[in-house]
Every structure is written in structure tokens, then in C-alpha cells.
Design a protein around this ligand. Structure first.
Ligand SMILES: Nc1ncnc2c1ncn2[C@@H]1O[C@H](COP(=O)(O)OP(=O)(O)O)[C@@H](O)[C@H]1O
Ligand SMILES: [Mg+2]
Length: 238
């Protein structure tokens, strides 16, 4: 197992945001976390990337306990995160943003840059444009591209489709699938459950800081409770 999360509890002050979450991500998978606002999805990703401390429980990555490893070292072992919101550096160019993603690495990363431009041709066209002047969808591409430049074994994505027009939503999901096809494991947080379940291998449903369901993604697309709560009711299409 690439990522093994065991019974993690995480607090903001006295508020317990994660109440004992366990989940696994195997090499090569796309795993998605779905759930309503406030369920604990972002907190789960931030805890994996080391931005929030654990109260208790453990996180293992590639067979090693990383529960107490500082965030910047987690990037080095292969955990790449594209944060909630677009999280690019608005005053820097597209190219500078991408290079920021590789700052922990030494050696030649021109191949990885070429790969990012291959996934996102738009970014190649806009290399010298200030990221802050790009459209929402383009900024999302910059954020994902930047995360890829750290050459992660697992890519953590927090609501990459948020706020995007439907056509761009479809494009982002197909690029995530392509990233996975090219060998990167993906842990995907989405409110857009329908599309997330369509590209994911497995899924976890979070409710108020707990996992209430874990199943192959295809099963959840047909699960009446899940359809009712997250897929726009029993008449939703897929
Ligand atoms: N910075 C914060 N300070 C206090 N409480 C927070 C903070 N961030 C999140 N929370 C609380 O933690 C819980 C989980 O939030 P979050 O992980 O952001 O959920 P999700 O991403 O699923 O919407 C919520 O109850 C939220 O109000
Ligand atoms: Mg969130």
C-alpha cells in the first residue's frame, strides 16, 4: 500500500475535525473522497501533506511512518499537493510557478516540464503570462502542473473542478485521468461526486469527520443513499 492512514484524529483548537479516519491508497489508483462541505476532506489532505498535525493515529507512506515528518520533507518523499482554491503565485509567470514546484529537486527537470506542457498545452502558450491574470481553469492547470513538477508518487488534489465552467470541468477530469494513466497515483477530493466517481477506482464517503462508506467507485455510482445525498437524487444521470 502506498498510503496507509490509520484512525487519524485532527483538531482545530477544541473542534475535532477528523474523528478517526482510516483509508488506503494503493499504487496506481485514483481514490476519491466525497462528502458535504465541512465533512473533513480538506483537513484529511492537509494532514497527509503535513500542514495539519495529528492528535492521534498514524500515516504511513511507501511503508514508512511519516506521522511526524514535517511537510517540506513529505514533498521530498513523493507527496505532492495542489491545494484547495487555486493556490498559484499570482504575481509570478506561469513558468516561474512551475519552476517553484521543482524547487526541492536537483538535476535536470526539463523532461518533467515538457510533460506538464504536453498535458496542458495552454500553459506552454502562456509561459510568460502572470498567473494571476489567467482564467480560473488555467490557474487550476498551473496549480496542478506545479504539483507535478515535484514528481510526486501521489498527487493530492483538493476540489480541482471548483468554480469551473462545465466544459473545463470535463477537461480537468480527463487530464486527471491521463496523469494517472501516465503513472501517478491520485487522491482526489471533490464535491463534483458524479465525475469523481466516474474516473476513480475506489471512493470513501466522509461525513462529519468520519468515513461512512468505502467501496469501488462504480458501486457508489449505483448506491441509492449516495445517489440521494451526493449525486442529485435517484433520478440523477450517469
Ligand atoms: N482553520 C479552521 N479553523 C477551525 N475550524 C476549521 C478550520 N478549517 C476547517 N475547520 C472545520 O473542520 C471541519 C472540516 O473542515 P474541512 O476539512 O475544510 O471540510 P471539507 O473540506 O470537507 O469541506 C469543519 O467543521 C470546519 O468548520
Ligand atoms: Mg474542502
Amino acid at each position: 500500500m502506498l498510503l496507509e492512514i490509520r484512525d487519524i484524529h485532527v483538531h482545530y483548537g477544541k473542534i475535532e475535525a477528523l474523528k478517526g479516519i482510516s483509508l488506503d491508497v494503493d499504487e496506481g489508483e485514483i481514490v476519491t473522497l466525497i462528502g458535504a462541505n465541512g465533512a473533513g476532506k480538506t483537513t484529511t489532505l492537509k494532514t497527509i501533506s503535513g500542514l495539519r498535525p495529528l492528535t492521534s493515529g498514524s500515516i504511513a507512506f511507501d511503508g514508512k511512518d511519516i506521522s511526524r515528518l514535517p511537510g517540506h520533507k513529505r514533498v521530498l518523499v513523493g507527496i505532492g499537493q495542489s491545494p484547495e482554491g487555486r493556490g498559484c503565485f499570482p504575481g509570478m509567470t506561469v513558468m516561474e510557478n512551475l519552476l517553484m514546484g521543482a524547487y526541492t529537486r536537483s538535476g535536470d527537470f526539463s523532461k518533467d516540464l515538457a510533460e506538464v506542457f504536453d498535458l496542458f498545452p495552454r500553459l506552454a502558450e502562456r509561459k510568460t503570462q502572470a498567473a494571476g491574470t489567467m482564467s480560473g481553469g488555467e490557474q487550476q492547470m498551473v496549480a496542478i502542473g506545479r504539483a507535478l513538477m515535484s514528481k510526486p508518487k501521489v498527487l493530492l488534489l483538493d476540489e480541482p473542478s471548483m468554480g469551473l465552467a462545465p466544459m473545463l470541468v470535463a477537461q480537468i477530469f480527463s487530464i486527471i485521468k491521463e496523469i494517472n494513466n501516465r503513472g501517478t497515483t491520485v487522491l482526489l477530493v471533490e464535491q463534483n461526486a458524479q465525475q469523481a466517481l466516474q474516473i476513480a477506482h475506489r471512493a470513501y464517503v466522509l461525513e462529519t469527520g468520519k468515513v461512512v462508506k468505502a467501496a469501488p467507485a462504480a458501486d457508489l455510482l449505483d448506491d441509492p443513499q449516495v445517489r440521494e445525498a451526493y449525486l442529485g437524487g435517484s433520478l440523477g444521470q450517469h
